[in-house]
Ligand binder design. Sequence first.
Ligand SMILES: [Zn+2]
Length: 248
Amino acid sequence: MKFHEMTSPAIAAVDRASTLVMLPIAAVEQHGPHLPTGTDTIICEAVAAAVEARLPGSVLLLPVNWLGASAHHLRLGATMTAELSTYIATLCEMARAPLEDGFRRVMFLNGHGGNTDPLRVALRELQLEFPHTILSGASYWSIAEAVIAAGLEGEDKFVGHACEFETSMIQYLRPELVDEAARAHAGPWLPDVIEGLFVSRDMKQRTQAGCTGRPDLASAEKGAALFGPIVDRVCVAVRAMLDEPLPG
Ligand SMILES: [Zn+2]
């Protein structure tokens, strides 16, 4: 079910307890010299749409929220962002409306690294207000960590930024948006965890050109091979949240 394609009587007829409201959240921010700024939105939207297509009777999908928490990209330009406090409040408000309308199961599907911390804060705040509901959320890459690692060739076996993975996905989903001439090895980049410490650095400090890893190793074939297993894994997570007993 797609919320924005339904009438209000049709939404009123949806069973509240056995439906999962899916809120995809992404971003529009610089993705190095070769990928479009909407990379996270394009990938997250495609994964969410494929999940809804597999489970149309039990997922109520909202349109993707493209305004993410991307201040750590601002110094590289070509970036839209919400401040962290605004973003946390936005996530709470996105979930609060369906929860106040009686829905009991909410899942945020995240597609942007900068949204991860504020998403957890929003879920903690919402839980205090709605203790009789199932409130969940994750980045699709955490849900599908193992399948993503298995599908990559470069040293980074995870989703970085405009990396081997994201480049392969856009080459698969929207090849016309990739600047192939600008696609290159991203060079060394700085970590954000050292000896167990989170080190707060923006993308200008961490990367050479706003991207990470091995975009030069990306291909549409890799993207195609990764997409289905990622959708499978997110469907497993959705079913788990549908099976989870509601708190009394
Ligand atoms: Zn991003």
